[in-house]
Ligand binder design. Structure first.
Ligand code: CTP
Length: 512
């Protein structure tokens, strides 16, 4: 047996610390002197918090330079002990998505561990498959969810759902809420996407609902679906219960009206096959045809049949999205089927735009790093480009993107941008300009996006060297350098450099 590696084997030493009463201004000076983005705050020798440079910069900008640092530090911080195992540390970092963790012994700060100390170790990249934390989800036992709906949903949403049930009753139509909404209701997560399936013509039902609820109904005859937009902007998607047939792998399905049970069977994973009755007699009754609740309880992503990934290869990516979003685990057989579909390069058979949409969704998940790492493990990154390597340097860059976006969202909460594009820029970083161009046009991205990304790669070196210099740089020079670039490129460059000074200059430029 290999001895287990412990935190004490990888931790770095403590350089400087801050005292709680030190003014923000002096704390910042100290950080700049050490080149640190965060420092430990100590009282009577004990760790009481972490001061983050970005927060202190914000405090300074708002005129609080004289206030003690304790008013601006982060108090709830995870810590480890020197004798903790590296896999424990790894789990903690993954769950909290933080880059540095203090090491505490007898209540004293004795060291630091950073993400790089851990992620550099190849065998530590594997623990995802033996995650002990998963499956601790408490799921309601009874089939009657009407109480849960009343508790968890807003009054407006609850009344809308009641109205849909009432109108369905009047037309003698069986109606169900399905999919992600029911799954998230059981998981206690917010979801505003109301998906309704009716065992009838959904388009006619949607028109009827539209009239009664004064909502705008749009119908899509090809798939027998419709959607409604209510005056208060709430949305409902409606579909006729249907079976699907795939004429060839990865084709769009041919559909045929059927029962709610068959409609659930055509779906991707068991956790998405729950239906909730809306009719008077069944209002709030849960229909669980494929043991979805058991899988939710045990944290499992499971396909319903062996051809699922072959018929619809977008599920290769959806599986990772759900697994990582909920901290679940692919069931063993499902993982075997997924790996086989990856080996067969099934995603090559998909229409570009479907892959592009999936890629954007993957990189838009709340924790893209986890998603990317899992895609790497399952050899899915080669569908973006075979040249993408998830080495130490790439992880460092991706983590820097995550840190930069946290900083940016804090500093400019109202500025809109595409976080997925910043992650995509990082993933494509090691490819040649020609490869980047080909990759983006293969997915059907607009030419503008392509140019922005190539431009940021080409200019990154000059921008980083210029904006990282100490001393004054004329605003006109900064403007000339940064103006041609889209916001996502600026964020990518800020992440690439990782330098607080450069961030500061970008901050100033964007604040003008
Ligand atoms: N679906 C599927 N196969 C796909 C895409 C979707 O079976 N390739 C089904 C799933 O059952 C899903 C439903 O269609 O529950 C609606 O799709 P979508 O809105 O993408 O899924 P959600 O589960 O609502 O996902 P999210 O929480 O990401 O919105």
């Amino acid at each position: 047996l290999k001895p287990q590696r412990l935190v004490r084997d990888v931790m770095g030493s403590v350089k400087d610390t801050l005292s709680e009463d030190l003014p923000v201004r002096d704390a910042l000076k100290s950080m700049d002197l050490n080149g640190d983005a965060m420092m430990a705050v100590i009282k009577d020798g004990r760790l009481t918090g972490l001061a983050l440079r970005n927060t202190l910069v914000e405090a300074m900008a708002r005129g609080y330079g004289h206030s003690p640092v304790k008013g601006y530090m982060k108090r709830e911080i995870p810590t480890v002990r020197p004798a903790s195992s590296v896999s424990e540390l790894y789990d903690l970092m993954r769950d909290k998505e933080i880059s540095h963790i203090p090491v505490i012994s007898r209540k004293q700060l004795v060291g630091w561990v950073s993400r790089w100390d851990v992620l550099g170790m190849p065998h530590e990249l594997k623990p995802l498959s033996s995650d002990r934390r998963r499956g601790k989800v408490k799921i309601q036992e009874t089939d009657d969810l009407s109480g849960l709906m009343q508790d968890k949903l807003s009054l407006a949403m609850y009344s809308l759902i009641k109205d849909i049930g009432r109108i369905a009753d009047a037309g003698n139509i069986s109606a169900y809420l399905v999919g992600g909404f029911v799954r998230d209701l059981l998981l206690g997560r917010e979801n505003f996407d109301l998906d309704v399936v009716v065992e009838a013509d959904a388009m006619a039902f949607a028109r009827n609902l539209g009239e009664k609820l004064k909502a705008k109904a749009t119908v899509h005859p090809r798939f027998k679906t419709a959607n409604l937009i209510l005056p208060d902007k709430m949305k409902v998607d409606l579909a006729t219960a249907r079976s699907e047939f795939y004429e060839y792998p990865a084709a769009l399905p041919t559909v045929k009206p059927s029962s709610i049970q068959q409609d659930m069977y055509r779906r991707d994973f068991s956790i998405n096959t729950l239906a909730l009755g809306l009719n008077g007699k069944d209002f709030g009754r849960l229909f669980d045809f494929f043991e979805a609740r058991k899988d939710l309880r045990e944290g499992r992503i499971r396909v319903l049949h062996d051809l699922s990934f072959i018929e619809d290869p977008t599920r290769i990516f959806r599986a990772v999205r759900f697994e990582q979003r909920f901290n679940f685990k692919l069931d063993r057989h499902t993982e075997t089927l997924l790996r086989a579909a990856v080996d067969l390069e099934m995603f090559e058979k998909l229409h570009q735009y479907r892959v592009k949409d999936e890629l954007i969704l993957l990189l838009s998940e709340p924790r893209p790093l986890k998603v990317i790492r899992r895609m790497g493990e399952l050899h899915e990154l080669r569908f973006i480009h075979p040249g993408i390597r998830l080495d130490r340097e790439m992880f460092k860059l991706l983590q820097s993107v995550a840190d930069t976006l946290i900083w940016f969202d804090g500093a400019f909460p109202r500025k809109e941008y595409k976080p997925w594009l910043v992650y995509l820029s990082a993933l494509l970083k090691s490819l040649s300009p020609e490869e980047i161009k080909q990759t983006l046009s293969r997915f059907g991205f607009a030419a503008g996006l392509n140019e922005g990304l190539l431009l940021s790669n080409a200019k990154a070196g000059t921008i980083i060297t210029t904006l990282n210099r100490s001393g004054k740089i004329p605003a006109s020079r900064v403007n000339a350098l940064l103006r041609p670039l889209p916001l996502e490129s600026l964020l990518f460059i800020a992440a690439l450099s990782g330098s607080p000074r450069l961030r500061e200059r970008i901050h100033r430029y964007l604040s003008l």
